[in-house]
Design a protein around this ligand. Structure first.
Ligand code: HEC
Length: 164
């Protein structure tokens, strides 16, 4: 019995320390970002394609191209707020801009002004969160006004840091 317990304890310890090593290796990998510039480009453009997926139909309603539907608008606003939580900054590691990735429109200025660039991402997150919140009220005028601020957060960044 004693021996059995000892074996059990030892094997549990081994299992635990193996697990520890695995999770450590995992977090290492995550923080260090060992992805290639192309993979980072894929991540950020895919994330922004998702932004567009939600922003476009709201824009069409705001411009009057499609009929305003408060319920649908609120769902899109929620989707955008959720998507904006994916950390876009992970997709912009050093040396992944237009000088390094063929198809990229990311200006090298991003890496010279990383603080400002990150602030512009924070601003989008805040505006998208506010849009989701106001959209729960169904107040059309307020929703349209906050939509403009949200789309403005996209434009503010693109104007300075995207080539076309
Ligand atoms: C913090 C800056 C920043 C914010 C905020 C931002 N973008 Fe972008 N976006 C960029 C940059 C830089 C690129 C170019 C990326 C590249 O080509 O490497 C880009 C590219 C894109 C693209 C092109 C993707 C492709 O397939 O080439 C779309 C679409 C897009 N953004 C939509 C949006 C929308 C919609 C929003 C707002 C909801 C938004 N972006 C907010 C910086 C930003």
């Amino acid at each position: 019995m004693k021996t059995y317990l000892k074996i059990l304890t030892t094997s549990t310890l081994v299992t635990l320390s193996t697990w520890g090593a695995i999770s450590f290796a995992h977090s290492e990998h995550f923080t260090k970002n060992t992805r290639s510039a192309e993979q980072s480009y894929d991540f950020r453009t895919a994330t922004m394609t998702v932004y567009k997926w939600y922003l476009s139909p709201m824009g069409a309603m705001v411009k009057g191209k499609t009929e305003f539907n408060a319920k649908a608008f609120a769902q899109y606003a929620d989707g955008l707020a959720t998507a904006s939580h994916l950390n876009l900054m992970e997709g912009f590691p050093k040396d992944s801009g237009e000088d390094h990735v063929d198809d990229s429109d990311a200006k090298e200025a991003i890496w010279k002004n990383m603080k400002d660039f990150a602030a512009k991402y924070e601003s989008l997150k805040n505006e998208a969160k506010a849009l989701a919140k106001v959209s729960k009220t169904g107040d059309e005028a307020a929703m349209k006004a906050q939509f403009k601020k949200t789309a403005g957060a996209c434009t503010a960044c693109h104007k300075k840091y995207k080539t076309k």
